[in-house]
Design a protein around this ligand. Structure first.
Ligand code: PHE
Length: 341
């Protein structure tokens, strides 16, 4: 094949690509100029044709004419389909308007978010408002102001993530208690949901990051009975009217007296099963009466005010509620899991 014919064929392939990608009349006009314009491809090719050796001329001339004609046809049909509004349906082929629409998949809230929102909604009905605090905390807010002694094991770098500047990733939502009380005087009635971090080894029930919801109520004459009735109301709203709550003595530096509290097992209703390890109770988290030392740390008069505080593990509640047996699945973004919610 002569080099003239080869260059024509090459150019035609390019022209087809150009026309296929033209999406508006402006780009089509550019293509017209590129190929049919005075200095366009075909006019230059006509000049070249004159230089083709005599014996090759008939073939060369024929392919020149064929290419030109073909280009014109392709160009016209590109123009036509652009005028028709859309490039795709060729004439006679109409979209079938009776076909069902394409279904769009809706996302859903993550189970952790759902539990947080449901818990906050229950407490809101008791007059609690939602407060917030930073995930990067000072040692003061996370430990000192919460009356945590210097030798307390939770301060150990083996348990807490410290940043080079001396701050830390909060190990609990309790520092929000301090931040709120520093800003306002009693009465205080807040819940503070959020992410916490501990240097745990991940396993089925431990994760480096997890969520808590903190509660704090400080006013004149707040008692342990208020704490228990609040937790009981919460448990019944969350899992049903026959839920029960039990308090067990415990120790936290920022509450005195302190308790751990359990909800009656929602699986067996207290009879004993695999989920509650046959005890009939599910451990939720810690609570207690705000330590007077903490009140004094934020400038409240402990003689005038008292309060209770509690913390709950969100993952713990989610795992009980949705019968999840491994905490890690909550963070893996596996759609086969998440699509069930
Ligand atoms: N902050 C405690 C924890 O993470 C829970 C707690 C909160 C206990 C409030 C008492 C009062 O274990």
């Amino acid at each position: 094949m002569s080099s003239f014919i080869a260059s024509i064929n090459e150019k035609m392939a390019e022209a087809e690509r150009d026309l296929a990608s033209a999406s508006d009349s402006a780009s089509l006009e550019e293509i017209r100029i590129k190929y049919l314009g005075r200095n366009g491809f075909f006019s230059r090719a006509a000049d070249d044709l004159k230089l083709v050796p005599k014996e090759e001329k008939p073939d060369a001339g024929r392919s020149f004419n064929t290419a030109r004609k073909k280009f014109q046809e392709l160009f016209d049909s590109a123009l036509e389909s652009l005028k028709g509004g859309s490039k795709s349906p060729s004439s006679g082929e109409r979209p079938d308007l009776t076909l069902p629409g394409r279904k769009r998949k809706f996302g859903a809230k993550h189970p952790i978010s759902r539990v947080i929102e449901d818990c906050a909604a229950i407490f809101r009905r008791l007059g609690f408002i939602v407060a917030d605090g930073p995930e990067i905390e000072t040692v003061f807010h996370n430990f000192d102001a919460l009356n945590t002694p210097l030798h307390h094991p939770s301060r150990d770098p083996q348990d807490t993530f410290y940043l080079p500047d001396g701050r830390l990733l909060r190990t609990q939502t309790s520092p929000v208690q301090i931040r709120v009380m520093q800003k306002q005087s009693p009465p205080v009635r807040i819940v503070a949901p959020g992410r916490c971090f501990r240097r745990d080894t991940p396993d089925a029930t431990h994760s480096l990051n997890f969520h808590q919801i903190e509660g704090l109520y400080v006013d004149a004459g707040v008692s342990m009975a208020d704490l228990k009735s609040t937790l009981l109301f919460f448990a019944r709203e969350l899992v049903g009217p026959d839920a029960d709550v039990r308090l067990r003595p415990h120790f936290f530096p920022f509450t005195e007296p302190s308790v751990e509290y359990d909800f009656s097992c929602i699986m067996c209703r207290g009879k004993g099963c695999r989920i509650c390890k046959n005890s009939g109770w599910l451990e939720i988290s810690g609570a207690g009466m705000v330590n007077p030392a903490v009140l004094a740390n934020v400038g409240y008069d402990p003689e005038e005010y008292s309060g209770f505080a509690f913390g709950m593990g969100i993952e713990r509640i989610a795992m009980i509620r949705y019968a999840i047996n491994d905490i890690r699945i909550l963070y893996e973004n596996d759609l086969r899991f998440l699509e069930q919610f």
